[in-house]
Design a binder for this molecule. Structure first.
Ligand SMILES: [Ca+2]
Ligand SMILES: [Ca+2]
Ligand SMILES: [Ca+2]
Ligand SMILES: [Ca+2]
Length: 466
């Protein structure tokens, strides 16, 4: 077709303006709905009465204390008003009131109950520091592990180290494996290590470069492996560390003496059918119906479980609903329920053995959650195969055309946009935001081409007039 026909007149402008308006309408509609939804005004406890469980109810009641660490989308340590702007460590009492709250750190990550205590946990935090506190010309991050008695509020320092920069250098997980031994997922240096917290000496480590090429995974060195979780497991009687190598879409098993056990690796780089930039895999041993691994399969927007059968991993369970977006934790509880942390869905929920939701709380940008009294992560739970858990995926009639369209976009794009935008922005609003950007960009390009075409038409005239 002649470009003049395509570009002439204002018809294309009307079409672009309508498309842009439609996108804006979806975004505004999403905001208005969220504003009118009182539950989205947060269980986030700002201003709530903190009186160890005797204050007003902020989440639905549930047995035992539930501890939630939350992430933050603030890129600097400044204060913000939005629930996703501020990271916090919160605990809810069985009656749904606030049991504990602290927001003194920039970010909160993995939180673990301490064995033999009622309500004491250890958690990983990150503090963004200014150059003057870093002895450097650029910013840095203090990554640390602290212990808190949620009842008394007494906080104890366990261990911390400073890493340069802030993006992709913040440790996400540490697991206690002895009286003075911590196993750390060192995202900054692409390794897992064990540190003696008394001597502060590193007694064991595994560097991902031992087994992975730097051309694999994410961009090296800025965010190569994104090792975000470690777990000490006994595999066939041998001391083993299970490592979540997020940017390689895999969970690996490292024998603490002989190194990587390749035939146990779950997933492979770029095989997004199996895992897609996962978080927080939990190992369920043979004694509890495994070997199985329960994983928050983040970019795939699902919780998934794999069962070891005949020397390989086979999918044994899958759970997702319309809202689940960028899930980052799932714990199998001793009663067969699963506690799920829906990060971009701003929610922590519990599903029962029929895969039905039995408890759900709206919480701004949670990273991980623990139900006290049920053991660390999935330590007391059985495998999906042993429990016969039914899969749950949204049926076609429960899906909208817009959310189906959202699934066609690259998942990291949708989740990335949702990560950057406020809490009321879900997949639909993210799609509209991306659509708006595309429409405006295309419009600009066409306007520019049209203008250069007109200039091109005028040139011969100008030359003739010389
Ligand atoms: Ca941990
Ligand atoms: Ca862990
Ligand atoms: Ca877990
Ligand atoms: Ca957990």
């Amino acid at each position: 077709m002649n470009p003049v026909t395509v570009l002439s007149g204002h018809r294309f402008r009307v079409a672009f303006a309508l498309a842009a308006l439609l996108c804006v309408a979806v975004i505004v509609g999403g905001y208005a709905t969220a504003e009118s939804d009182a539950s989205l005004a947060r269980s986030d406890s700002a201003g709530a009465d903190i009186s160890n469980g005797t204050g007003e109810q902020v989440v639905p009641p549930r047995d035992n204390v539930t501890v939630v660490s939350t992430d933050s989308t603030a890129f600097v340590t400044d204060d913000g008003d939005g629930p996703r702007k501020r990271a916090e460590l919160v605990a809810f009492a069985p009656n749904g009131s606030l049991y504990y709250r602290n927001e003194s750190h920039t970010r909160y990550w993995d939180v673990d109950p301490i064995e033999g205590t009622n309500a004491t946990v250890e958690y990983v935090y990150a503090d963004h520091l200014e150059p003057e506190d870093c002895n450097s010309e650029s910013v840095c991050t203090r990554n640390g592990i602290e212990r808190v008695n949620l009842t008394t509020g007494n906080v104890t320092h366990i261990y911390s180290r400073i890493t340069p920069g802030k993006h992709s250098t913040r440790w996400h997980d540490a697991d206690r494996i002895g009286e003075d031994r911590l196993l750390v997922a060192d995202i900054a240096q692409d390794r897992a290590f064990v540190v003696n917290t008394t001597s502060e000496q590193i007694t064991w480590s595994w560097d991902a470069q031992t087994d992975f090429n730097t051309s694999s995974g994410g961009p090296y060195p800025e965010d190569w492996t994104h090792i975000n979780d470690v777990e000490y497991v006994e595999l066939e009687g041998r001391e083993t560390v299970m490592v979540s190598v997020r940017n390689h879409d895999q969970v690996v098993f490292v024998d603490m003496e002989s190194g990587l056990r390749e035939n146990w690796t779950l997933g492979s780089d770029g095989d997004h059918e199996t895992l897609y930039e996962q978080h927080n895999p939990d190992f369920i041993p043979e004694a509890r119906g495994g070997p199985a691994v329960l994983v928050a399969d983040s970019e795939n927007g699902r919780v998934v479980e794999y069962q070891r059968a005949n020397g390989s991993w086979e999918q044994s369970w899958e759970w997702r609903d319309q809202r689940l977006t960028w899930v980052r934790d799932a714990d199998r509880l001793p009663n067969g329920h699963t506690l799920i942390t829906d990060s971009n869905g701003d929610r922590v929920l519990e599903i029962d053995e029929n895969s039905s939701v039995v408890w759900s709380s709206t919480i701004g940008f949670p990273y991980e959650s623990e139900r006290l009294g049920t053991g660390d992560e999935s330590a007391g739970g059985q495998s999906a195969a042993a429990l016969g858990l039914p899969d749950r995926t949204p049926s076609a009639e429960n899906r909208s055309a817009v959310s189906d369209a959202a699934t066609l976009l690259p998942k990291p794009v949708v989740n990335g946009v949702a990560y950057l935008l406020p809490g009321w922005v879900g997949p639909v609003e993210s799609l509209a935001a991306v659509g708006l950007l595309v429409v405006l960009a295309l419009w600009a390009v066409l306007e520019w081409r049209r203008r250069s075409f007109e200039v091109h038409l005028r040139w011969p005239v100008q030359i003739r007039n010389r």
